[in-house]
Design a protein around this ligand. Structure first.
Ligand SMILES: CCC/C=C/C(=O)SCCNC(=O)CCNC(=O)[C@H](O)C(C)(C)COP(=O)([O-])OP(=O)([O-])OC[C@H]1O[C@@H](n2cnc3c(N)ncnc32)[C@H](O)[C@@H]1OP(=O)([O-])[O-]
Length: 299
């Protein structure tokens, strides 16, 4: 069965949004002089048309607005306070410009009855409006707690129009990681990250967080992902963000702002397998893989 539903929406951003996002995912958090990260928040030569660089995970912001419009349709009525971000898959086709007007085209790419929950997958194709060029693709899986059990439990409903290996959970090697990067998030991290466009009160309002089952507001999944991919860029890509070709992530457990993230990375050819753990609770919170462009790629 194909669920034929398409939402189109434009997203315009400037260098200020790019810098604010970078700060939200921890760029220069440890060191404001970091020469591998300052380029995401500042460029000395702005007057000469030079511009700041864009983290590849900025592409995930193109989902804002489009996904909530799809999720608000009557056939998917659910309690938005119980929604959790389950997975994210991003393909980058060219380096993201430092400012642009993006035309997003979103459609439902998967729907799965998990009994206690429904997993809704939304695919967003993003075109640069001026050139018409496709610059990236996002596929997000939203875990709708309390909305499952709508199909025969002996044969639960499951529809997907993409290969499952792009988003399923990642099997990590038993060997010690190739690289490990540790970084502490700030207690105000979610309050800063939300200014990039995800204003869900789960991340800022203690009362809503409690209704959702958490002792306090939790960090946006995409913020944790931003920290993880920055770790890969720093430790594996020598600081070159344009080596990131695609990113796959599964959110395993919530993160509280202020917790310490430990990103472990393993190399498998052009693929980096990674896992993020919260140091204070010794729990894995995120895992997935990042595929890299070859060093001599034309990017
Ligand atoms: C969206 C925009 C708004 C943003 C909000 C945020 O940032 S929120 C902050 C960021 N997000 C977070 O903090 C969320 C962190 N993650 C969690 O809290 C938990 O992983 C969970 C509640 C999502 C699921 O836990 P659980 O114990 O209830 O689940 P289980 O292990 O019993 O499996 C049941 C079935 O579901 C499958 N499945 C499992 N996990 C996922 C997944 N992630 N994804 C997709 N599917 C998943 C699993 O394969 C199984 O299917 P199968 O194999 O039977 O066909």
């Amino acid at each position: 069965m194909h669920i034929n539903l398409v939402v189109r929406k434009t997203f315009t951003y400037t260098e200020r949004d790019v810098a604010l996002y970078a700060l939200g995912v921890g760029a220069c958090l440890k060191d404001a002089l970091d020469d591998k990260e300052l380029k995401y928040v500042y460029h000395p030569d702005h007057a000469h048309q030079q511009s700041i660089q864009v983290l590849p995970t900025f592409a995930a912001l193109f989902c804002h607005g489009v996904s909530s419009e799809i999720g608000q349709l009557p056939s998917f009525s659910y309690d938005p306070r119980l929604l959790l971000h389950g997975q994210q898959y991003i393909e980058i086709y060219k380096p993201l410009p430092s400012s642009a007007c993006i035309q997003n085209v979103a459609s439902i790419s998967g729907l799965h009855d998990k009994g206690k929950a429904t997993v809704l997958e939304i695919e967003i194709l993003s075109y640069e409006r001026e050139s018409g060029e496709l610059i990236c693709m996002n596929r997000m899986a939203v875990f709708l707690r309390g909305l499952g059990g709508f199909s025969n439990s002996a044969q639960p409903y499951s529809y997907s129009k993409h290969p499952v290996n792009q988003t399923s959970s990642t099997r990590l090697p038993k060997s010690p990681p190739f690289a490990v990067f540790e970084e502490c998030t700030q207690p105000s991290q979610a309050l800063l990250y939300r200014l990039s466009g995800d204003y869900n009160p789960l991340h800022s309002d203690p009362r809503i967080a409690e209704i959702a089952g958490f002792s306090r507001p939790i960090l946006h999944g995409l913020c944790t992902l931003g920290f993880a991919v920055r770790a890969v860029i720093k430790c594996i890509c020598g600081g070159d963000q344009n080596r990131i070709k695609s990113i796959s992530a599964r959110f395993l457990l919530h993160v509280y702002p202020g917790e310490t993230l430990i990103t472990e990375m393993w190399l498998d050819g052009q693929r980096v397998l990674y896992q993020v753990k919260v140091k204070e609770r010794s729990r894995a919170v995120l895992s997935g893989f990042v595929d890299l462009n070859l060093l001599n790629s034309s990017l």
